[in-house]
Design a protein around this ligand. Structure first.
Ligand code: LMR
Length: 340
């Protein structure tokens, strides 16, 4: 099997440093997949990328055929099969959200255009850099010959945050080791990867000893589930930045691994992914990248689990996260001078 060309943008950054060992070690795309790694970043980060490349070489990975460092998107994306886009312009003190959208719209336009021009027509693109959902839309719209289903935005981080908080809470309430994280299934995040996202525990099941029981069999405090749980998941990124003075990185890398493996290999649980909203039957407007409960069938085939509906009590929150995405899209569209 030929090696897969894998682009990681923002490769000199914190998330790259956590992700690259897992990617090169075969934990993301599989232990049978050889890769040509394309590390893309901006010119001031070239020397750091060189240092990271030295470390990757020192790991003597069996699966890595080539490592290319570049600041040129067209070099990075040439015949690329997979792109994991970590590189974006970070929010700086005093920056308005609109400024952040402007900076990132410019970056993701260039990357989309490069994908359109030189990437494999079958490329799969995962957008991680914030604002991830809108960056994904900008990238997708500048690569019109690539199927829209080949683009997704990372929501798995929020999904795992919710899974972990629920696991901790059940074990606190029912006794240590009552459940493991993998037994807590069907966490759902709706909407945007931002503080407006809607973590929804109403479909969670505990799959233990071959049996799926509703969450309520273990824990049923609605006040916590619809209050502190939601707020803590929504605010987790900010809490990490406050504590670390840096944004999350190792948990992002772990979520990327989960997202890519579910997308490629499929999974029997419902996971949260940001995808283009077109054709959904849940009333979410078209042409935004929205996080839905997704069934992953393997080989990058996914579908919205339409048996899962949000409760009427969440409607206002869903409207809020939808409006935020529409407003981000509106800002990006005005910068580009065309409707996304
Ligand atoms: C996170 O959720 O931890 C990050 O998206 C936060 C950030 O702004 O980097």
């Amino acid at each position: 099997m030929p090696a897969i060309n894998v682009v990681v943008s923002g490769a000199a950054g914190q998330v790259g440093y956590s992700l690259l060992p897992q990617l090169c070690g075969g934990y993301v795309l599989g232990a049978d997949k050889r890769i040509n790694l394309r590390m893309l970043d901006i010119a001031p980060s070239l020397e750091v990328m060189e240092g990271v490349k030295m470390e990757l070489l020192d790991c003597a990975y069996d699966l890595v055929d080539e490592i290319t460092l570049t600041t040129d998107a067209e070099v990075a994306f040439k015949d690329a099969d997979i792109a994991i886009l970590l590189g974006g312009f970070p929010r700086k003190a005093g920056m308005e959200r609109k400024d952040l959208i402007a900076k990132n719209t410019a970056i993701f336009k260039v990357q989309g255009e490069a994908i359109e021009k030189v990437a494999s027509r079958d490329i799969k693109v995962l957008v991680v850099a914030n604002p991830a959902n809108t960056n994904c839309l900008v990238c997708m719209r500048h690569a019109p010959s690539i199927p829209t289903k080949n683009f997704s935005a990372l929501m798995r981080l929020d999904h795992e945050r919710m899974r972990s908080l629920l696991t901790q809470k059940i074990n606190e309430a029912c006794g240590a080791n009552t459940v493991t994280s993998t037994e807590v299934r069907n966490c759902i995040i709706w909407g945007n990867h931002s503080a407006t996202q809607v973590p929804d525990a109403s479909h969670v099941t505990i799959n233990k000893d071959g049996e799926a029981k509703p969450l309520s069999a273990y824990y049923n405090d609605k006040e916590w589930l619809e209050g502190a749980l939601m707020k803590d998941v929504q605010q987790r990124g900010a809490a990490i930045i406050k504590a670390r003075k840096l944004s999350s990185a190792l948990s992002v890398a772990s979520a990327i691994k989960g997202h890519m493996r579910a997308w490629l290999y499929g999974t029997d649980e419902v996971v949260s992914m940001g995808i283009l909203s077109n054709g959904n039957k849940l009333g979410v407007p078209e042409n935004i990248i929205f996080s839905f409960p997704m069934k992953c069938h393997g080989d990058y085939q996914v579908s919205i689990d339409e048996s899962i509906k949000y409760a009427p009590s969440l409607e206002k929150l869903i409207e809020n996260t939808t409006n935020e995405l529409l407003s981000e899209k509106h800002d990006a569209s005005s910068i580009l001078g065309k409707e996304l």
